[in-house]
Write a protein that binds this ligand. Sequence first.
Ligand code: SF4
Length: 87
Amino acid sequence: MAEKESGLLEEECPLATKDEIVNSGNKQKAILTAQYGPSEGEQKCGNCEYGEKLKGCGLGKDEVFCEIFEFKCKSSGVCDAWDNEED
Ligand code: SF4
């Protein structure tokens, strides 16, 4: 098993970061149940308690991984489950 210099081993990355079908299904769930979409205010996935900056799992520069809905979300997006990361 090859270990990367930083971040998670690929095997440890959430399924949705490796499987686009799972990712888009979970994203749909976030849209339907929590109105996930573009943020127009200060509350964004990029500063949400549940937005994980997973390293080594193929996230784009403008993406974080949502721990609640388990999908790759835009740092500039938001949903109804947003919570302050400093709580
Ligand atoms: S819970 Fe947080 S990270 Fe997940 S979609 Fe909602 S705002 Fe984004």
